[in-house]
Design a protein around this ligand. Structure first.
Ligand SMILES: [Zn+2]
Ligand SMILES: [Zn+2]
Length: 305
């Protein structure tokens, strides 16, 4: 509770979120039946159905002092400035990489200083833009081994599918519990699986109002291959790794609300209809834990069906 209040006070408006993607987004709508985010996700996907990805453009905004939103309406990309360059968590689609780069620029940052592109998992709504951004910046790309394998398979297809972006050579292979220090910023990685075998989350100490908040970046809860023991285990692992002061998902639409949720609403920059006082469960350890419990219960109910 205290954490929530201070974070919110430090950052009037900026704190709850969730994002969506394409491969996670398009094919598996039915897999999300009964999940807490079903309504919000379905509504957001419907809103942008048939439109080019660029229609999901969002102007960049600050979430906390050291985490900025540079992603799309349904798929997150987080920018983390450090004393020694920039870190990007997820690249969005192949055809929106330039929007991400523009957003970095709009924040007054030099995209050439992007040193790392960390990919939550090997679906094209998260890695598709990585090749383009790497080409522009020389950044290193990191993801878990299973996801490198998945990306290699997708990008190795013939004929090439442009949605998989510029081909990536295997670079940083991130293992569970790895740590990365970039300038003054320390990141820890956990390969929790579930959504995909190598789905990864990143721990960072978010800074707001002179205080630090233990934050997890990039969980993806969607059931891309149906409800499995691995999905449930990944949620339990995430909770065990807590308590988390805040959770910033890989898709803003993972919010458990009956309405579409824009990125700005998910992060608290704009009120959430129909109840503007409602708080999404992404800030405050109690709320995050309750949300993880809710997800686990929904997944277990699916297994019992
Ligand atoms: Zn996705
Ligand atoms: Zn996915």
């Amino acid at each position: 509770m205290k954490v929530t209040m201070k974070w919110r006070r430090a950052l009037p408006g900026a704190v709850m979120l969730l994002m969506v993607g394409a491969p996670c987004v398009t094919a598996q709508t039915s897999n999300d039946a009964g999940m807490p985010w079903e309504a919000a996700r379905t509504a957001m996907l419907k809103k942008f159905d048939g439109l080019p990805h660029a229609a999901q453009h969002v102007d960049p905004f600050k979430i906390v002092d050291n985490i900025f939103y540079v992603g799309l309406e349904t798929v997150a990309s987080y920018l983390i400035p450090t004393s020694d360059g920039l870190i990007l968590v997820d690249a969005t689609y192949a055809d929106t990489a330039d929007l991400v780069i523009d957003n970095v620029r709009k924040l007054g940052q030099d995209p050439a200083k992007i040193k790392y592109i960390l990919v939550t998992h090997g679906h094209a709504d998260h890695f598709g833009g990585a090749g383009r951004i790497k080409e522009l910046t020389g950044a290193r790309v990191g993801m878990a081994l299973a996801e490198w394998d998945s990306v290699a398979r997708l990008q190795g297809r013939s004929p090439a599918d442009p949605s998989n972006g510029i081909r990536l050579a295997r670079d940083l292979v991130i293992k569970d519990a790895d740590m990365l220090m970039v300038g003054d910023t320390q990141l820890w990685f956990y390969v929790i699986g579930g959504h995909t075998p190598g789905s990864m989350v990143t721990e960072i100490h978010a800074v707001a109002g002179g205080r630090q908040f233990r934050t997890v970046l990039g969980p993806t809860f969607e059931l891309s291959s149906g409800t499995t023991a691995a999905s449930i285990r990944s949620v339990e692992r995430l909770k065990e790794l807590g308590p988390w002061d805040a959770l910033l998902p890989s898709h803003p639409y993972l919010a458990p609300t009956p309405v579409p949720v824009t990125a700005r609403q998910a992060f608290g920059l704009e009120p959430l209809p129909p109840n503007p006082t409602k708080q999404l469960p992404f800030v405050g350890a109690q709320r995050v834990n309750a949300y993880l419990d809710q997800i686990r219960a929904a997944m277990q109910a699916r297994v019992r069906e």
